[in-house]
Design a protein around this ligand. Structure first.
Ligand code: ADP
Ligand code: ADP
Length: 229
């Protein structure tokens, strides 16, 4: 359960337009932080930097105190599980999707599929024997089920850091709350960062960072931020 820190991170996609203006924050190991803010504030940019799709122009990003530029891509990807808003599934069974595009022919794949399905409340949706010709195909699932599958396939890789980038934002409130409750149960041992645009989505976070125009506008617990409004 590593910590995650941004130290004075300055970043822009183009040289003349800075998106993050010296951003600093630290997520202690095992805690759940949330980043909220209006569209365009730079929330997804933080996710992309953490995954090293880009590197900052200055400042550092640390996982457990180590600059992520000193870590191999493979090890970075093993440490961070990311769930985007619109996860793309294979048009195959739930088991196949959770086992990450493997056909569940091996015992390890079957185990991964079953474990992921159990974690995300999908176990009764797994077809007998994980036959990819049987049962619901990825494209026929509801939006909520798709995201549950996407989260399950990330969780079975057991990443110590979970990064949810608007993972439930496209869903209706009821479905979103159901999934968040499940996440809360299964991610107690992980360091997690949830990116969201609604404060209500992240009410159970240990700390919420409010990002505005690439700067930290304020931070605190859900209750503290509501008091300030
Ligand atoms: P948020 O997730 O808070 O909505 P983003 O991090 O996606 O915000 O975007 C922050 C700013 O960076 C926006 O103004 C957006 O237009 C710009 N931006 C995002 N991606 C790119 C890109 N690949 N190239 C240039 N500008 C980008
Ligand atoms: P506790 O009251 O037990 O301290 P927390 O709210 O701190 O509960 O959450 C415990 C753990 O659950 C956090 O460390 C975090 O990893 C995880 N967690 C909580 N809420 C979420 C969420 N919405 N998404 C992902 N993980 C979460």
């Amino acid at each position: 359960r590593p910590s995650v820190a941004f130290e004075d991170v300055v970043f822009g996609y183009e040289p003349d337009r800075t998106i993050l203006h010296g951003l600093s924050f630290e997520v202690p190991a095992g805690q759940h932080f949330a980043i909220v803010g209006p569209s365009g504030a730079g929330k997804s940019t933080i996710a992309r930097l953490l995954f090293r799709f880009y590197d900052p122009q200055s400042g550092r990003i640390l996982i457990d105190g180590q600059d992520i530029r000193a870590v191999t891509q493979a090890s970075l990807r093993a440490q961070i599980g990311i769930v985007p808003q619109d996860s793309v599934l294979f048009n195959e069974s739930i088991g196949y999707n959770i086992a990450y595009g493997r056909d569940c022919a091996s015992a390890a794949d079957v185990e991964a599929a079953a474990q992921g399905a159990a974690l995300m409340g999908l176990i009764e949706r797994l077809p007998q024997g994980f036959d990819t010709e049987v049962g619901e195909r990825g494209l026929k699932l509801s939006g909520g089920e798709k995201q549950r599958v996407a989260i399950a396939r990330t969780l079975v890789k057991n990443p110590p850091i979970l990064l949810l980038d608007e993972a439930t934002s496209a869903l209706d409130t009821r479905t979103e709350q159901d999934i968040l409750a499940t996440l809360h149960r299964v991610s107690a041992n992980r360091t997690s960062i949830s990116i969201a645009h609604r404060l209500s989505t992240v009410a159970d976070a240990d700390r919420i960072l409010v990002l505005q125009d690439g700067r930290l506008a304020e931070s605190g617990s859900h209750a503290a931020l509501l008091r300030r409004d």
